[in-house]
Design a protein around this ligand. Structure first.
Ligand code: PGA
Length: 241
């Protein structure tokens, strides 16, 4: 199976730096890995124009149902699809925390993606309080039931424990496996994703832990934040898979 490497650049890099990084990725990547680069929205089209063999994705879409309208600052999933963009990250914990996105917002955004022909990369995961209290599976179950609608279209789920994002602390492969199985069970029990789904892990992914993470059979790839901005580390992650 080809592993999926999703680079989440967040609000980082100048356009020039982004071009340099893409050039290197284009030259050095191997054929057994699929890469999706979630660059700042403003850079997607110029990068796509220059690097046609790289797959670019957005880090967000509008929750508004209409394709066009008087919604200052919004970009619809339809607009992204019209520009040949195939994926968007939805419900990243930073958006949930800093921009007040709820499970319902995430659901609306994911539905807009599916309607427009984009594959949503739906992020979910517990915080350290849920983890310590031991109710993390319940919390994740609620997130799934309230943010994922029934569909037969392609969906990617990113399990990203908040306590691991940007902290250098990574769950053990046993902990990832437990959550991965639980996610699969809830989705199956509720008949949500008729054609299955890909599950990726995100949170402090590095060249040190990539093997362990990808040793979990249920995990099809990784969502990489900080390490995806560092060319050498990003390549070590590939090579270490
Ligand atoms: P990180 O970020 O790899 O820097 O922990 C992951 C993410 O926010 O998706």
């Amino acid at each position: 199976m080809n592993h999926l490497f999703i680079a989440n650049w967040k609000m980082n890099l100048s356009l020039k730096e982004a071009e340099v990084l893409c050039r290197e990725i284009d030259l050095l990547r191997d054929s057994k890995s699929d890469i999706i680069i979630c660059s700042p929205e403003l850079y997607i089209l110029p990068l796509k124009e220059k690097f046609s063999s790289i797959c670019f994705a957005n880090q967000n879409v509008s929750e508004i149902k209409e394709n066009f309208g008087a919604y200052t600052g919004e970009t619809s999933a339809y607009m992204l699809a019209q520009q040949g963009i195939k994926y968007a990250i939805i419900g990243h914990s930073e958006r949930r925390k800093l921009f007040g996105e709820t499970n319902e917002t995430v659901k609306a955004k994911a539905e807009n993606c599916l309607q427009a022909g984009l594959t949503p990369i739906i992020c979910l995961g517990e915080d350290s309080i849920n983890r310590k209290k031991g109710d993390y599976l319940e919390f994740i179950g609620e997130q799934i039931l309230h943010s994922i609608s029934k569909t037969d279209k392609e969906v990617i789920i990113a399990y990203e424990p908040i306590w691991s994002i940007g902290t250098g602390v990574v769950p053990t492969s046993e902990q990832i496996k437990e959550v991965a199985r639980y996610i699969g069970k809830i989705i199956e029990e509720h008949g949500l994703l008729e054609n299955g789904f890909k599950l990726v892990y995100g949170g402090s992914v590095s060249s040190e832990n990539i093997r362990d993470i990808l040793s979990v059979a249920e995990i099809s790839g990784v969502l990489i934040g900080k390490a995806s901005l560092d060319r050498e580390e990003f390549f070590k992650i590939f090579q270490g898979e």
